[in-house]
Ligand binder design. Sequence first.
Ligand code: RIB
Length: 300
Amino acid sequence: MQEILVIGSSNTDMVMSVDEIPVPGQTVIGGNFRVFGGGKGANQAIAARRAGGRVKFLFSVGNDPFGEAALRSMRREDIDITHALVLDGAPSGVALIFVDARGENCIGVAPGANARLSPGYLEQHAAIFANAAFLLLQLEIPIAAVSCAAGLARAHAVPVILNPAPAAPIPDDVLRGLFCMTPNESEAEQLSGLRVTDTRSAEQAADVLLGRGVQNVIITMGGNGALLKGAAGLHHEPAPAVEVVDTTAAGDTFNGVLAATLAEGLGLHDAMRVAVRAASLSVTRRGATDSIPRREDYRT
Ligand code: RIB
């Protein structure tokens, strides 16, 4: 099987359960506090690996206990981290997360070492693009690094999947020619300027992004599944009804599984069906990396 290259963030997630997410100025007494592995890049690398993909993950951590734990957890998953960057003088990334009684979350990230992943470092290691079937990117590293990675992928004819999370302005040179972009509803709203409330409005938001040169757009819509529009056609994939306990890393599960399933040779519609099932399962479990299911859990 060909390799999935993930370039992105790694965080340690500090998670508190609360009935309601506090508003500014409010103090709430929460329930359980737990620490999980996280970061959108790390979560997606693990989702792709647990889906059966061969995964290389390029990321950056500090030379500290959180960084060591992140490196250990990637090795445990049998993910190739030969090109991970361990930095002296920068703390590893940390995310503070509230999860409410409905399983919805609110996240603040201190990027630390993630913010130090530079285009220069990627150019130095450009050889890693030669064996990649797909490149999977998110927006928790500097946009200059994202742009450089997309350019190197283009030069090596590697299709790119960009999960634009958290939403941020994206230069046209990154969007042009992207194989697939996977915003959730709120990211699609921020990127298209249109409100996304249902499949019809998702289709309109997808049209805006397709107009910027992206080949395929998949908008993930939580309990409403996902909508694909683009070169691969128009398709709505419904999600199975599940009991939601924590939505953290559902999007990451979707993206990692999508990439691994495409790398296996399945088409976008089939890969999307598998990814929706995997993401639906992840929301029934707590935490980020801890909630990511394995292939045997959703492929029978
Ligand atoms: O997508 C979920 C992730 O977002 C969390 O693991 C947290 O680290 C933030 O990066």
